[in-house]
Design a protein around this ligand. Sequence first.
Ligand code: HEC
Length: 116
Amino acid sequence: MAVEKNRVIRFAVVITVLLSGMEACVYRKSAPVAEPLAVEGESVKNGQIHFMHHCQKCHPQGEGGLGPAINHVPGFAKRFQIRHGLGVMPAFKKEEISKKDLQDILAYLKVLKDNG
Ligand code: HEC
């Protein structure tokens, strides 16, 4: 009876070791599947900072959140919406987002769209 029990335990150990070995082959561990978004250039980086600060909470990654998805909206319409805030979105005046920062946000959104 004791011998029988030992064999069962040994069998269980072997199976466990085999399975854990297989697992290591099957799963990709911590390697990202997609390349991270290449945010290059001073303007785009600055745009990202301002987007994260002012827009991300409602338009996460330019997608719909509290606000609608904005990736498909043309540049001039984005600019108008940012300055005038139609509907329930707040308006952002020059004191909050300078002309250059607005330009950079649009450049960043273009990168998001092109990579989306
Ligand atoms: C407090 C949440 C909030 C913040 C912050 C915000 N938005 Fe919005 N945004 C909205 C909502 C809600 C709408 C829809 C407006 C409506 O029609 O009532 C909207 C609409 C838009 C639209 C028009 C979408 C369309 O389909 O016409 C654009 C473009 C846009 N936002 C860009 C931005 C950008 C860029 C920023 C940062 C400068 C920003 N928003 C910040 C909530 C927000």
